[in-house]
Write a protein that binds this ligand. Structure first.
Ligand code: DX5
Ligand code: ZN
Length: 218
């Protein structure tokens, strides 16, 4: 099965958000990846609810919201109300991760956990059955267009084994530095969803870039 492709709107042209949202609508992409950064958890600020709502107004595919923020619990309902289909909180930002996951599910939204490059997969073993999606960060979160960290392949394999051992249905998403060279290997290691910002929006033909990512992983 080809991977699900989730273009990261962080790399879209914010002056032409309707155009870029429609590009994704009319492409082979599966989800919109929405990066929310607070300038505290990560050293960058992206955008908040007004921009998210502008995307949501035109989006015809699920919104995959990646919260790079401290205290995510206080905003979960707002992101659900803004149309999120998946909300991922960071392992490193949640003191009570299990509680956060239950809170997301209570909103009828898929519950995701994103983990930084230094965070070991084994730390998820006691909650894996409660997680709908693990977002493995393959760069340090905060910016688009960074270099892919090679250690990611091994992490994907370890996570895949953990999911199988637990009879879980968790999806594996890869976020950061995904390109035409590493996409196939990531899927072969067990990835289900590939986020791509620069590879899509930095391409002269973003629609074609999405088609290529899709066919490379098929
Ligand atoms: C990084 C974000 C990513 C980023 C991916 O902090 O979470 O989603 O936008 O962009 P690329 O694909 O350019 O690395
Ligand atoms: Zn992201």
């Amino acid at each position: 099965m080809p991977a699900l492709i989730a273009p990261s709107m962080l790399s879209a042209d914010f002056g032409n958000l309707e155009r870029d949202t429609n590009m994704v609508n009319n492409s082979a992409a599966d989800w919109f990846h929405i990066d929310i950064m607070d300038g505290v958890f990560v050293p960058n600020i992206s955008f908040g609810f007004p921009v998210l709502k502008s995307i949501q107004k035109h989006a015809q595919k699920p919104l995959d919201v990646h919260l790079m923020i401290v205290n995510p619990d206080q905003y979960l309902k707002s992101f659900a109300d803004a149309g999120a289909a998946v909300i991922s909180v960071h392992y490193e930002a949640c003191t009570h991760l299990h509680r956060s996951l239950q809170a997301i599910k209570a909103l009828n939204v898929k519950a995701g956990v994103a983990i930084n490059p230094h965070t070991n997969i084994s730390l998820l073993s006691d909650v894996i059955k409660d997680i709908d999606l693990v977002c493995i960060m393959s760069v340090n979160p905060g910016f688009g267009g960074q270099k892919f960290i090679e250690q990611t392949y091994a992490k994907v394999e370890v996570l895949k084994n953990l999911i199988i051992q637990n009879n879980a249905t968790t999806l594996i998403e890869i976020d950061g530095g995904v390109d035409f060279n590493n996409a196939r290997k990531l899927v072969d290691c067990g990835a289900d969803v590939l986020v791509a910002g620069n590879t899509v929006f930095g391409h002269s033909n973003p629609t074609e870039a999405i088609t290529q990512l899709k066919s490379i992983t098929a």
